[in-house]
Design a binder for this molecule. Structure first.
Ligand SMILES: Nc1ncnc2c1ncn2[C@@H]1O[C@H](COP(=O)(O)OP(=O)(O)OP(=O)(O)O)[C@@H](O)[C@H]1O
Ligand SMILES: [Mg+2]
Length: 288
């Protein structure tokens, strides 16, 4: 059974004030517990689309509903930020307080929680995000980028939104930091019940963590489906200059040897390859 719809997008268009039509008619439902990647070439409309999902940008046509609340309604912003949190691509565009604890407390204070509730939420969010006591009184500016990103996420987490959108969580980070941040998002998804949407250009990360992909191209959805379905159609993906991960491309290049076109990891590749070694399919393709 399909789980509860947390975001509903219907015939949605968005144009910037200068007339740029960034989103041109999107229909989409997002469900509780999903782990989604929004992918597509630069300028495809990923960030614009993500910002419409919590009311940071309002549709110019059609609608977005978060937990049943239409983002175009007046006076709903405080309700919306508790439903869908958006973490900016660059944490420095989000962090403006002079201390980490004040930064995390900012949104809960703003939506009107009591002093005790704010303190509780700050402590919880910092603990979940792995921010230690000694960092809490520091200026975010003096923390390394990975930690600044965690502070951005903690400041969103403090509102306990159902959906957390993270714009390019791994850009500019080394492999270890990328894995740390992605494992953290995985934990929020699997153990804390948050629906996660990431925007990324890194297809290895997508293959490892995301279950469903939305592919944007010139403001429209070019494809959407499970990670395997989407990556198994490299010809279509090429329209938005996205290539499947290298391991998938390798399996696809070896398709004549009977390998599947939707392999997502070295483990899967090896499993299939070894089952074909000595298997009928492999012999037929190599010896005929
Ligand atoms: N503030 C703005 N005013 C006018 N046009 C904008 C604005 N921000 C983005 N755009 C335009 O809207 C379109 C979609 O941009 P958007 O930033 O959403 O793409 P993106 O997929 O996030 O790209 P990237 O991968 O480079 O981050 C582009 O044509 C972009 O130039
Ligand atoms: Mg963007």
């Amino acid at each position: 059974m399909q789980s509860e719809t947390v975001i509903e997008v219907k015939d949605m268009h968005f144009a910037y004030k200068d007339g740029t039509e960034a989103i041109k008619g999107i229909n989409l439902n997002i469900h509780k517990g999903e782990f989604i990647a929004l992918i597509g070439q630069n300028g495809a409309g990923k960030t614009t689309f993500a910002k419409t999902l919590n009311g940071l940008l309002k549709p110019t046509e059609g609608y977005v509903k978060c937990d049943g609340i239409d983002t175009n309604q007046k006076g709903v912003i405080k309700k919306l930020v508790k439903k869908v949190g958006y973490v900016f691509q660059n944490p420095d565009h989000q962090l403006f307080n002079t201390r980490v604890d004040k930064e995390i407390a900012y949104a809960p204070i703003n939506v009107g929680f009591s002093h005790e509730e704010v303190e509780k939420r700050v402590t919880e969010a910092a603990a979940v995000a792995g921010i230690r006591e000694e960092h809490m009184k520091m200026h975010p500016f003096f923390l390394p980028k990975g930690l600044r990103q965690r502070v951005s996420i903690a400041s969103i987490l403090a509102l306990k939104p159902k959906v957390i959108i993270v714009d390019e969580p791994t850009t500019g980070q080394d492999y270890k930091q990328s894995i740390e941040i992605m494992n953290f998002l995985k934990e929020l998804n699997e153990n804390q019940g948050h629906t996660i949407i990431i925007i990324t250009h890194e297809m290895d990360i997508v293959a490892k963590y995301c279950k469903r992909l939305i592919v944007l191209c010139h403001g429209k959805i070019l494809m959407e489906g499970s990670t395997k379905e989407v990556f198994s159609k490299p010809d279509l993906l090429e329209n938005t200059f996205v290539k499947p991960p290298e391991v998938t491309q390798l399996a696809q290049a070896l398709g004549d040897f009977g390998l599947s076109n939707d392999i997502l990891s070295i483990d899967e590749l090896w499993k299939e390859f070894s089952s074909h070694l000595g298997g009928e399919k492999f012999e037929k393709n190599t010896c005929s």
